[in-house]
Design a binder for this molecule. Structure first.
Ligand code: FEO
Length: 416
């Protein structure tokens, strides 16, 4: 195992734009993988009238980052630090940099502000919150910001330098290679396989948000993609963008979901209908049954044909209501292997019924969704199972239902 760390060096990638990152040749542990080819943490200095840093490096290389940056500029002259993505392999250098650049304003999306303040004790710093389509004049260059939420975390954005036509997308379009030659056309071999491997590991679980990315890129003349891991892409740019489009497309059709519920005050029925609408928006047929009003035969027949089953109830006296338990007992005796299952419900106090349903589902041989498994396999924290909705599914609670249904839709529409 290599355990060496290459000393990084400043590198001009365009006029007044310098790579100030870190090449990490170790077999880096990352997202429960080991990066056999190492990686880089690419940060960039735009040495304009208002000097600007775009992203930083992994937390452990903060001092080294500052030392190499100091060869190009006095850090106290830096006016802006753009943070496209809060994860510490890109924002980690902020801890050291913020001290040496006391007047710099940190530029990020709204969800990133609290994360960065908490992670690096930056509560007293100036933040500039940008929204989709905002621009920033940095004195000789103009930065355009596009929000790309959930690709792969909520606060993510990409930055485009209008004058140089360079896209800085952080994790997006990256490769995990300790790229010493910086540019893909200088790589000693074709990087396509590594590019796809990175996509599959980091981006694919969030593939529905690639559509947002593709919309964000529309109309941009991109002459260089300067991501924050691996090679800077200046050759075959359309090919690499198209790979994201094709790799994120649905590959499976004709899926079906059965949604069964009982309800006291119609809130659980509303949740069932939001699930149905979200599935239908994804071209998945969704049958909805009120277990107290539908024939058992119709429900069981629908479950047999379904690829996923959602079961929900309101909570009364710490338990589910109506005929639902009889349905669950019948499902427990069936062979439902290969189907996805999830529990849901609206509740007022503790929502015990949802947990009881979950227990029943875990006694079947279905693939029962849990928050724990979602976090471990994708890192997503906005998708929760069981889907627990307090009172009415509105606002953030409505979004929660949609996110959970969309997650299952993605599982159904993408071949393993
Ligand atoms: Fe390279 Fe999401 O961090």
């Amino acid at each position: 195992m290599h355990n060496t760390v290459t000393i990084n060096k400043e590198f001009a990638i365009a006029k007044d734009i310098y790579w100030v990152g870190k090449i990490d040749e170790r077999e880096v542990p990352f997202h429960r993988l080991v990066l056999a080819k190492g990686t880089t943490y690419n940060a960039y200095l735009l040495k304009t009238e208002k000097p600007t840093i775009i992203d930083t490096v992994d937390m452990q290389f903060g001092k080294e980052f500052l030392a190499s940056l100091s060869q190009l500029i006095d850090p106290k002259d830096i006016q802006y630090i753009v943070i496209n993505h809060s994860e510490p392999d890109h924002s980690g250098g902020l801890a050291a940099l913020a001290v040496k650049a006391p007047d710099a304003t940190i530029v990020c999306t709204e969800p990133a502000v609290e994360e960065l303040k908490e992670m690096y004790k930056l509560h007293k710093r100036n933040f500039l919150v940008v929204q989709d389509g905002d621009t920033l004049d940095i004195g000789g260059k103009t930065l355009l910001f596009k929000e790309t939420p959930y690709l792969h975390t909520e606060e993510t954005m990409i930055t485009y330098c209008e004058e140089d036509k360079i896209l800085f997308p952080c994790d997006i379009f990256s490769t995990h290679i300790a790229a010493k030659e910086f540019f893909n056309d200088k790589a000693p071999y074709d990087i396509t396989e590594d590019f796809i491997g990175y996509y599959q590991a980091i981006i694919h679980p969030h593939r529905r948000y690639v559509k947002t990315l593709m919309s964000a890129l529309e109309g941009l003349d991109i002459q260089m993609i300067a991501p924050s891991h691996g090679y800077i892409i200046r050759n075959d740019i359309p090919k690499y963008i198209e790979l994201y489009r094709t790799l994120s497309a649905d590959t499976v059709k004709d899926k079906k979901v059965t949604i069964i519920y009982t309800t006291i005050r119609n809130n659980t029925r509303k949740v069932a209908n939001i699930l149905k609408e979200t599935f239908e928006e994804n071209d998945i047929v969704a049958d909805v049954f009120n277990a107290d009003r539908s024939s058992r035969e119709d429900i069981i027949s629908s479950v047999k044909e379904a690829d996923a089953v959602f079961i929900g109830s309101s909570t009364k006296y710490a338990d589910m209501i109506g005929n639902l338990e009889e349905v669950l007992k019948e499902l427990k005796e069936m062979n439902l292997e290969g189907k996805i299952a999830a529990a849901f419900g609206s509740y007022g106090w503790s929502g015990e019924a949802i947990e009881v349903i979950q227990d029943y589902l875990l006694e079947t041989n279905m693939n029962v969704q849990t928050t724990s498994e979602v976090i471990k396999t994708t890192g997503m924290t906005h998708v929760e199972f069981p889907v627990r909705i307090r009172f009415s599914p509105e606002g953030k609670q409505l979004k929660k239902v949609e996110h959970s249904a969309a997650f299952v839709a993605d599982l159904l529409l993408s071949a393993n």
